[in-house]
Design a protein around this ligand. Structure first.
Ligand code: ATP
Ligand code: MG
Length: 267
């Protein structure tokens, strides 16, 4: 999984990552899904430990182009976990109240508490993505934000938050297929927004904005993973595996009782 991790200071190029890559799982969808099943089972235990221990906080950031699969990851990778300990925060275009504050204000209040997993469906990265591409603020304003974001995430990490960031990388052709599918299927019409077509016209600008964001804000304390996402099942598999491996490294144990429970019998 290290393969998809963006090392700080590396010469990572998004354009060199094949969104259709499936490595040894190529042509093995059934096997991939079996493995995902195993991983989601492990994730369920890990989340229970996390919740029981109440020590670590876990933040999962999901970013992608439209139709990139953020919703799919939330639905499939987290399907086995206890909803009590996992929350999703979705960030849309900011409200006037949110705009009246600094851009991290609405973000910070949604960060995870101890024992909790928080999934960000879009995030503060929008403030260097759509904001940059659409010129919503002046360049000198968004230019400073990469450093703010690194520092903000550093603070969260120092205070005990484990941060994992995933960019779900689809190709432009794959996006066309997915948008068309939304138009062709009445049950998917609700997902379609004409604004998605406008954003699609800016595809190259977005890729460049992602390239800069991923390389400038992938840090030892909050790494980015760029995930090939044309195959939904492969995408889910990779995200699940990174999560499971990261949480397993914490070597969590169920807390021991401070009481002497030996010999207590419930009548
Ligand atoms: P998604 O597209 O994430 O699946 P959705 O379709 O339910 O979600 P949208 O109404 O498309 O929701 O809301 C997301 C939109 O909000 C995106 O176009 C995104 O670029 C925009 N957005 C998010 N954060 C910001 C921000 N900080 N500034 C401006 N626009 C933002
Ligand atoms: Mg949308």
């Amino acid at each position: 999984m290290e393969r998809y991790r963006i090392e700080p200071g590396s010469d990572f190029r998004l354009s060199n990552l094949d969104p259709g890559e499936r490595l040894s799982f190529d042509g093995k969808k059934a096997l991939g899904n079996e493995y995902l099943e195993e991983l989601t089972g492990r994730l369920r235990t890990l989340q229970e430990l996390l919740y029981a221990q109440g020590r670590h906080r876990v933040l999962v950031v999901l970013q992608a182009m439209d139709t990139g699969g953020k919703d799919g990851v939330i639905r499939h990778v987290f399907r086995s976990v206890n909803p009590q300990g996992v929350k999703v925060a979705s960030f849309k275009a900011p409200s006037s109240l949110e705009l009246a504050h600094d851009y991290l204000w609405r973000i910070h209040r949604e960060t995870p508490a101890r024992g909790e997993i928080r999934i960000f469906n879009r995030s503060h990265y929008e403030d260097v993505l759509v904001v940059r591409v659409r010129n919503l603020v002046a360049p000198e304003v968004w230019e400073r934000r990469y450093d703010h974001i690194r520092d903000f995430e550093r603070m969260l990490a120092d205070e005990g938050t484990i941060i994992l960031k995933f960019f779900l990388h689809i190709s432009k052709d794959e996006q066309a297929r997915r948008l068309q599918a939304r138009l062709d299927d009445p049950e998917k019409h609700w997902k379609f927004s004409p604004a998605d077509l406008e954003e699609r016209k800016l595809w190259d600008d977005y890729q460049e904005a992602f390239q800069v964001a991923l390389t400038r804000t992938s840090t030892p304390w909050a790494p980015w993973y760029a995930i090939p996402a044309n195959s939904k099942w492969y995408r889910n598999l990779v995200v699940a595996r990174v999560l499971v491996e990261t949480l397993e490294r914490l070597e969590m144990r169920f807390p021991e009782s401070s009481l002497d429970l030996e010999g207590i019998r419930v009548e």
